[in-house]
Design a protein around this ligand. Structure first.
Ligand code: PBG
Ligand code: ZN
Length: 327
C-alpha cells in the first residue's frame, strides 16, 4: 500500500484546482521592502543603467514615484543616499548631513505617507572619497572603532528625520550596540534597528555600486564583510548583533545563501530580512533580455524560494513590479 501503484502523488497536483488548494501562498506584497536610491538636487529621476527598472530620484520626486508602488500593496522602502563626488571626504561626513538626500527624503515620505514603513541604509561608502564603509587607519584598513561614532551619527540623523528603521550595513564590530546607545540617548528609543547582520563579501553587488557610485577605490571589502567560505563565522555575526540589540536580522545576498537563511531561521526568533541584491536582479533581467527565460516566472520562482527558506521581509528590486510578477 505504501508505494506505486497505490500511491500516486500526481493526484495531488494534477489540476490547477488541486494545486490552488494545496500550494503555499506566494509571498504577499505586505512582506516586501523596496530599495530606492535618492540623490541630491531637484526634479531628478535618472534611470540606472546597470539596474533596468530602477532610478535615482531626488527627494521632491520620490513621493510621486511611490504612489504606483503603494497601490500594489507595497508599504515599505529602504532608502540609499548619494552625494556629489565633490562632497565626498575621508570620513564620509555627508552621510550625517541633516540636509542630505536621505534625511530630506525620509521627512518628505513620512509627511505624505505617515503609515509607510521607512528604513534607511546606514553606511558611509557612498560618502567617503575612498569608497570604503568607514574611515581608514594609517595602514589602509578600515578603522573599526573610529567608524562606530560616524555610523551612530548617521543613524541618529536618519531617526531624527523620521525613519522607522535604521539598517546598518557597514559590517563593523559593535555597530549595533553603538547605534542603539546613540539612538536611545537622542530620544529615538522607538526607532528599530534592522542589522545587515550576515552580509557576505559578494561579487553580486556590482550593479548597486554602479548605481550608488560606492565602489571602493582600492582593495575590496573582505576585511569587514563575511567570507562565504566561513558559514559559522557568518552565523556568529547574526547572533552577536542579536545580543547587541538588533530588532531584526538580515542575510545578504539572498539567493546564493538560502542555506544560511534557513539555518538562521532555525536559531533565532527575530524577524529576518533577506536582501535579494542587485546582481541577483540583473542576472534574471539579462537572461530574459536574451530570450532565455520568462522574466516574471523567474522572478516569482526566486522570490518564493527566498520566502520558503525563512525570510519574513523580502528586500527586493522586484517590489515595484509586484503585480506583474505575481498576477
Ligand atoms: C553598502 C551596501 C551594498 C549593498 C547594500 N549596501 C554594497 C556593498 O557592500 O558594496 C548592496 C546591495 C545590492 O547589491 O543590491 N554598504
Ligand atoms: Zn558600505
Amino acid at each position: 500500500m505504501s508505494g506505486y501503484p497505490n500511491v500516486r502523488l500526481r493526484r495531488l497536483r494534477g489540476s490547477a484546482g488541486m494545486r490552488q488548494l494545496l500550494d503555499e501562498p506566494v509571498p504577499g506584497p505586505a512582506c516586501f521592502m523596496w530599495p530606492v536610491f535618492v540623490t541630491p538636487g531637484q526634479n531628478q529621476c535618472e534611470p540606472i543603467d546597470a539596474m533596468p527598472g530602477q532610478s535615482r530620484v531626488s527627494a521632491d520626486r520620490l513621493c510621486g514615484m511611490l504612489e504606483p508602488v503603494l497601490e500594489q500593496g507595497i508599504n515599505s522602502i529602504l532608502l540609499f543616499g548619494l552625494t556629489e563626488d565633490a562632497a565626498k571626504d575621508p570620513d564620509g561626513s555627508g552621510a550625517w548631513d541633516p540636509a542630505g538626500a536621505v534625511q530630506r527624503a525620509v521627512a518628505d515620505v513620512k509627511r505624505r505617507f505617515p503609515d509607510m514603513v521607512v528604513a534607511t541604509d546606514v553606511c558611509l561608502c557612498a560618502y567617503t572619497s575612498h569608497g570604503h564603509c568607514g574611515p581608514l587607519a594609517p595602514d589602509g584598513s578600515v578603522d573599526n572603532d573610529a567608524s562606530l561614532a560616524h555610523l551612530a551619527r548617521v543613524a541618529v540623523s536618519h531617526a531624527t528625520a523620521g525613519a522607522d528603521i535604521v539598517a546598518p550595513s557597514a559590517m563593523m564590530d559593535g555597530q549595533v550596540q553603538a547605534i542603539r546607545t546613540a539612538l536611545d540617548e537622542a530620544g529615538a528609543a522607538t526607532t528599530a534597528i534592522m542589522s545587515y547582520s550576515t552580509k557576505f563579501a559578494s561579487s553580486m553587488y556590482g550593479p548597486f555600486r554602479d548605481a550608488e557610485r560606492s565602489a571602493p577605490q582600492s582593495g575590496d571589502r573582505r576585511g569587514y564583510q563575511a567570507s562565504y567560505q566561513n558559514p559559522l563565522l557568518a552565523l556568529r555575526e547574526s547572533r552577536l548583533d542579536e545580543a547587541e540589540g538588533a530588532d531584526m536580522l538580515m542575510v545578504k545576498p539572498a539567493l546564493f545563501y538560502l542555506d544560511i537563511l534557513n539555518r538562521l531561521r532555525a536559531s533565532t526568533d527575530l524577524p529576518i530580512a533577506a536582501y535579494n541584491v542587485s546582481g541577483e536582479y540583473a542576472m534574471l533581467l539579462a537572461t530574459a533580455d536574451r530570450g532565455w527565460g520568462d522574466l516574471a516566472a523567474m522572478a516569482r520562482e526566486s522570490l518564493c524560494a527566498i520566502r520558503r527558506a525563512g525570510a519574513d521581509i523580502l528586500i527586493s528590486y522586484w517590489a515595484n513590479r509586484y503585480r506583474e510578477i505575481f498576477s
